[in-house]
Design a protein around this ligand. Structure first.
Ligand code: ZN
Length: 258
C-alpha cells in the first residue's frame, strides 16, 4: 500500500466504514476521475484545449449548428484521447464496489465511457456520451466506434448511413439541455441514497453540482474525494484531497477486505 499520512489513513478508514454501513450508496464522478487516464478536463483552464479555443464557445450547440467544421476540428484531439483511453484504478475500483453490491449507481459528468469500459453497469451519464452519435437530419442513432476511428485518424466528418446527414456525437454541448431521463434518475438516486461518494468533481458545474446537496438535505452521508476544495467540503463527513486513482482503490480494498 502507498504510504499515506496518518490523517489520510484515518480518513480512508472512515470512508470505508461509511461505505460498509451504507444501505444505498451512490457515486458522483467528474473529470478528475478521468485525468489519470489521460483525458483533459476541457472545461478547465490550462489544459491545452482551453488555450487553443474557448470551449464554451466552440463546444456549443450554436457552433455545431452554424460552423460544424470548426466544432469537429476542436473536437478531434479530444475524441482521439477518449477513443484511446483506458480506465484507471479508480474506475476499476468503483466497478468492483458495484459488483459487490456496495454502490447502486454512478452518476457521471464524463462523456468518456470509462466507467462502461471498467465494467460498471448502472451508469447515469449527465452530459451525454461519446459512445453514440445521432443524425442531425433523421435522428438515427449509431455506435460511435464505427465512425470515431475514421474521424480521429483522417478527420472524416461522421455522415449518416441512411440520409448522409451530419452526425452529432451524443454529448451535451454548452447551450444544450441536459438529457431529461438522466436528470430524473440522478435526482431520484440523490434523494434516496444514504451515502454519496463524490469522486473527481469540484462540484462547479450546475445543475449536477447541486445533487449532493439534495442528498445531505435528506440525511445522507457525504464523502468527497477530489484534488481541490469544493463548496460542500464543510458539510462532508470525510474529505480527502489526493489523487483519486490511489485513494479510491485504497478505500475499496478496505471495504471489501478490511
Ligand atoms: Zn440521417
Amino acid at each position: 500500500m502507498i504510504p499515506f499520512s496518518s490523517q489520510t489513513k484515518t480518513n480512508i478508514e472512515y470512508a470505508a466504514e461509511l461505505l460498509r454501513k451504507a444501505k444505498y450508496a451512490v457515486a458522483l464522478t467528474g473529470a478528475g476521475i478521468s485525468t489519470p487516464s489521460g483525458i483533459p478536463d476541457f472545461r478547465s483552464e490550462g489544459t491545452g484545449l482551453w488555450s487553443r479555443d474557448e470551449p464554451m464557445e466552440v463546444a456549443s450547440l450554436n457552433t455545431f449548428r452554424t460552423d460544424p467544421e470548426r466544432f469537429f476540428v476542436w473536437f478531434r484531439p479530444l475524441a482521439g484521447q477518449i477513443f484511446n483511453a483506458q480506465p484507471n484504478p479508480a474506475h476499476v475500483a468503483l466497478a468492483e464496489l458495484e459488483k459487490a453490491g456496495r454502490v447502486r449507481s454512478i452518476i457521471t459528468q464524463n462523456i468518456d465511457a470509462l466507467h462502461h469500459k471498467a465494467g460498471s453497469k448502472n451508469i447515469i451519464e449527465m452530459h451525454g456520451t461519446l459512445r453514440t452519435l445521432s443524425c442531425t437530419q433523421c435522428f438515427q442513432q449509431a455506435e460511435a466506434k464505427n465512425y470515431l476511428k475514421a474521424f480521429v485518424e483522417r478527420g472524416a466528418l461522421p455522415r449518416c448511413p441512411a440520409c448522409n446527414g451530419l452526425m452529432k456525437p451524443d454529448v451535451i454541448l454548452f447551450g444544450e439541455q441536459l438529457p431529461q431521463q438522466a436528470w430524473y434518475e440522478a435526482q431520484s438516486e440523490s434523494r434516496q441514497c444514504d451515502l454519496m461518494l463524490v469522486a473527481g468533481s469540484s462540484l462547479e458545474v450546475l445543475p449536477v453540482a447541486g445533487l449532493p446537496m439534495q442528498a445531505i438535505d435528506r440525511g445522507s452521508h457525504l464523502v468527497i474525494l477530489n484534488n481541490a476544495t469544493t463548496y460542500l467540503d464543510v458539510r462532508a463527513d470525510v474529505v480527502i484531497q489526493e489523487d483519486v486513482a490511489t485513494i479510491i482503490p485504497a478505500i475499496v480494498e478496505q471495504v471489501l477486505n478490511g
